[in-house]
Design a protein around this ligand. Structure first.
Ligand SMILES: NC(=O)c1ccc[n+]([C@@H]2O[C@H](COP(=O)([O-])OP(=O)(O)OC[C@H]3O[C@@H](n4cnc5c(N)ncnc54)[C@H](OP(=O)(O)O)[C@@H]3O)[C@@H](O)[C@H]2O)c1
Length: 262
């Protein structure tokens, strides 16, 4: 299948590690010029080296994307370097979860402040460039916790369900301009974040976090948790010309965990 991505220009927020990094690499392998943004210079540099090794030059911008000024900096850098933006992957997110009976409202604010507000701001900033070309793709990484609340994951769930709301509303606002906005909802995925999230539980249960991740995977119809490359493959399709008739939808990649029909 020709994805029609060669020469396109993409921003991937939180593109230095985990799912974001694999999205950046998958897009770069298709010939996309990718700009990644995150807070830590070292990991950004490492990811940029790998992106450049695909043969298609990337760019990296350091900044905390909870701040509007840094969101603007990323888009300005992208436009200065590559002349515009065709694809935005809103991936950044790092909610801190605790049991609902001990949860402070600040943790919900933090989760929304990073994932949801950066998604909204970045989208608003890139849409004028996409409208100019009458072509654009915005892919929001939500998460299956948005529609599967548990007592332990309310900050993550609050951010993810809001991302799904934004996805639908934004899609309605820009579908007439040739811009497709869709979301991906991964389940537990093999990244540093998954380890950080599960460490406390592993300690409580007196097991190794790797053993816990394996056991959680075995409970799924898939028999294992997702790899970030698998999420990146779906994101790459949603970013492509081949994806031409999907508007405001959410694709679940949870290894078959979700019981309800879409
Ligand atoms: N892993 C899972 O099981 C899973 C499941 C469902 C959904 N998701 C979603 O997938 C997305 C990526 O998760 P992941 O597991 O790949 O996470 P990860 O491995 O922790 O990577 C997070 C990325 O975001 C960057 N980042 C974090 N805070 C930032 C901030 N304030 N400003 C700018 N960049 C920031 C990190 O770099 P710095 O720390 O250097 O800034 C890193 O590049 C998140 O939205 C998450 O909710 C993950």
């Amino acid at each position: 299948m020709d994805l029609g991505l060669n020469g396109k220009r993409a921003i991937v927020t939180g593109g230095s590690r985990g799912i974001g990094k694999q999205c950046a690499l998958a897009l770069a392998r298709e010939g996309v010029h990718v700009c990644i943004a995150a807070r830590t210079q070292d990991t950004l540099n490492q990811a940029l080296t790998e992106i450049n090794q695909t043969g298609h030059k990337g760019h990296a911008v350091v900044g905390d994307l909870t701040l509007q000024a840094n969101c603007e900096k990323v888009v300005q850098a992208m436009v200065a370097r590559f002349g515009g933006v065709d694809i935005l992957v809103n991936n950044v997110g790092a909610a801190r979860n605790t049991d609902i009976l001990e949860l402070s409202p600040e943790l919900i604010d933090d989760a929304l402040g990073l994932k949801t507000y950066s998604c909204l701001r970045m989208s608003q900033l890139v849409i004028p460039f996409m409208k100019e070309n009458r072509w654009g793709r915005i892919i929001n990484i939500a998460g299956s916790a948005g529609t599967s609340p548990t007592r332990a994951n309310v900050p993550t769930g609050a951010a993810n369900i809001t991302i799904l709301n934004i996805t639908r509303a934004l899609s309605d606002a820009v579908s007439g301009d040739g811009i497709l906005v869709n979301a991906v909802c991964p389940g537990l995925t093999n990244t540093g974040r998954a380890r950080t999230q599960q460490r406390a539980r592993a300690e409580r249960e007196g097991c190794d976090v790797e053993e816990l991740l394996q056991a959680l995977g075995q409970e799924l119809p898939a028999g294992r948790i997702a790899e970030p490359e698998e999420v990146a493959n779906v994101v790459t399709f949603l970013a492509s010309e081949a994806c031409s008739y999907m508007f405001g939808t959410a694709l679940y990649m949870d290894g078959g965990k979700r019981r309800s029909t879409p």
